[in-house]
Design a protein around this ligand. Sequence first.
Ligand code: COA
Length: 168
Amino acid sequence: MSPRARPQLAIYPGSFDPITRGHEDIVRRTLRFCDGVVVAVSHHATQLKHGLFSVGERLELIQQVFDDDERIEAVAFSGLLVDFARKREINLIVRGLRAVSDFEYEFQMALMNRDLQPGIETLFLAPDARYSFLSASLVREVAALGGDISAFVAPVVQKQILQKLGEQ
Ligand code: COA
């Protein structure tokens, strides 16, 4: 088989407030069939939610979590995801499907993105069952109420969550 002319990259978009073990799991699964992953923090998505971390802080946490792997890049983007993908010349979007409840929203987004840019495909990956109930806001809530979140986020993320909550 001849080698690929260009590295196959995927965009993994989201709000990542903050990155959890569930997100990490999706990134690592993507690297089984892609050469690199662009973890893309959406300015728009983050404006719609009442968040804990700034976009810059989210990027920093993603970089720290994947510090040992240069195939993973963390960037922020504004506007439409398909425009960002076009600029980066990437035609693959990766999303995690945690449960049936994710399906309708994800399906709508995938079809809308393909309508906006026909060359783009969305690939859905099932996360490890240990993380299928996780969400960033649940992790933040459990931490705020004194629960143990060490199984759900990397140590560096846990430290920053606790520090942030302590400041509030
Ligand atoms: N493990 C753990 N948690 C996960 C997860 C996984 N594998 N996958 C998703 N989640 C959680 C997230 O933590 C998040 O939790 P929260 O709501 O408590 O913060 C929730 O599921 C969903 O968030 P996320 O995956 O970050 O998606 P989103 O809905 O915030 O953002 C975008 C989706 C960014 C992809 C979308 O809004 C977008 O593309 N925006 C750009 C503008 C655009 O192009 N709009 C048109 C889209 S058709």
